[in-house]
Design a protein around this ligand. Structure first.
Ligand SMILES: Cc1ncc(COP(=O)(O)O)c(C=O)c1O
Length: 431
């Protein structure tokens, strides 16, 4: 090429949750059955979507209008319905113009970082859901800037570190919060959210809060929406149908923009995101049209409660196995669909016994030069077929892995958690 055509951030686009699939497919082709614990898709893991929800979608699909384009920013009635929900909470007022629909939050995340001025940085959590950290790094062309989530303190953010980073780096324009968090399963108490809002106010920043799992918060966990504490700080909350309906294939997520008109710079930035959406015409229509009928149905509250209970019980179940092991830290999640285990120490020497000789040879080659936690993950895959995601894939220096709470078959789920815990123990015995 006579000119370099590769974007400065191209190398930063990594998504370990799906990259591990290449290794797992190879292992599968060599004869080891794979158990997919890497992706947060409840449907693929056996969840049957409630029949009343499927019926509503079928009824809507009979209407030809659901096959058409809709408004670029999102279906009008649906935006009005969602803004009413925020307004009923009474703490922040928005209008339907403060809601923007996307083709899933993957699309929202990409636009939110892409249309941010290159020099303006967003400080995000570590570990981090890698779509955010990769998109932010790619937008800036530099390493993602992070604040630590502390496993010794329930995976809560280190607020002192956060403030110091903000204070001494004036390129930071915003703070990203993921609540409930992926991959840690932490749900932040109100005082933490208030402290972050206060920091944003003090340093004139905006907030992005990914609330994908807002409706998958476990019983007895205090839940606070960002909109309840946001005061006058400009902010974007991200919501999605993917995990709570669940309907990840709908590719339907939306942003709620708070306090847009308090800051003209922020307002112009939001306009650029809306204009970018216009260039694409609109996001998928059918899920947007049916959304109010589902979320507004009296059965929906029970639906959410039943699911939150289910995942909470599974977290208890998994945690029982891991809590007995020395040498690791495992915090019981308070929300979301995942659990993360970290090794207190790990070397690049560990192995697990792999019976299938072709798989063994392949894994022995594959682990050369990979981070220590990835080495464990590859051996686990070869020895048991269980495919989890290494924590180093979540923009973290901590060594560990994330698995899901999604397996719907009770016996299989028990086998997965038991085998995972046993493999961790065997690995630790080896190093
Ligand atoms: C924290 C978080 N944000 C966003 C997404 C993307 O969701 P969507 O299916 O709406 O693109 C995910 C998916 O796993 C997620 O965990």
């Amino acid at each position: 090429m006579r000119r370099s055509i590769v974007h400065e951030g191209a190398g930063k686009l990594t998504y370990e949750i799906r990259e591990i699939v290449k290794i797992a497919r190879k292992v599968s082709s060599l004869g080891q059955e794979v158990v997919w614990e890497n992706i947060g898709d409840p449907v693929q893991k056996g969840e049957i979507v409630s029949s009343w929800i499927r019926d509503k979608v079928s009824e809507r699909a009979q209407d030809s209008l659901s096959f058409g384009y809709t408004d670029s920013q999102g279906h009008l009635e649906t935006r009005s319905f969602l803004s009413e929900i925020v307004n009923k909470r009474g703490t922040t007022k928005i209008t339907m113009d403060d809601i923007i629909f996307f083709n899933g939050l993957g699309d929202a995340i990409s636009k939110v970082y892409n249309y941010l001025k290159r020099e303006a940085r967003i400080l995000g959590p570590s570990p981090a859901y890698s779509t955010h950290s990769s998109a932010e790094a790619a937008h800036s062309g530099y390493e993602h800037l992070t604040y630590s989530l502390d496993p010794k303190n329930n995976w809560f953010p280190d607020l002192e570190e956060m403030e110091n980073k903000i204070k001494y780096n004036d390129s930071i324009a915003g703070i990203l919060i993921i609540n409930p968090d992926n991959p840690t399963g932490a749900v932040y108490p109100k005082w933490i959210l208030e402290s972050i809002v206060n920091l944003a106010e003090k340093y004139d920043l905006f907030i992005i809060c990914d609330e994908t799992y807002a409706n998958v918060t476990f019983p007895n966990t205090e839940w606070t929406f960002l909109s309840d504490v946001i005061k006058n700080v400009p902010a974007i909350s991200m919501r999605s149908l993917s995990k709570e309906l669940p309907w990840p294939g709908a590719r339907c997520g939306w942003a709620e923009v708070y306090n847009r008109h308090i800051d003209t710079e922020f307002s112009t930035y939001i306009d650029s995101i809306i204009n970018a959406k216009r260039l694409e015409v609109c996001s998928t229509t059918l899920p947007q049209i049916v959304l109010p009928e589902i979320l507004g149905d009296e059965r929906y509250t029970t639906h959410l409660k039943v699911r939150a209970n289910k995942f909470s019980n599974r977290a208890d179940h998994a945690w029982k196995y891991f809590s007995k092991i020395n040498g690791i830290t495992s915090i019981k999640p308070s929300g979301g669909l995942y659990m993360t285990v970290i090794f207190n120490e790990l070397s690049n020497q560990g192995v697990l016994q792999i019976k299938n000789q072709s798989v063994k040879s392949y894994i022995e080659e594959a682990v050369i030069g990979v981070p220590d936690d990835k080495r464990f993950v590859y051996y686990l895959l070869g020895a048991t077929g269980i495919c989890v995601v290494p924590l180093s894939g979540f923009y973290s220096g901590l060594k560990g892995f994330r698995f899901t709470l999604l397996e719907d078959d009770d016996d299989k789920r028990d086998w997965i958690y038991k085998t995972l815990a046993q493999s961790v123990q065997d690995y630790l015995n080896e190093i």
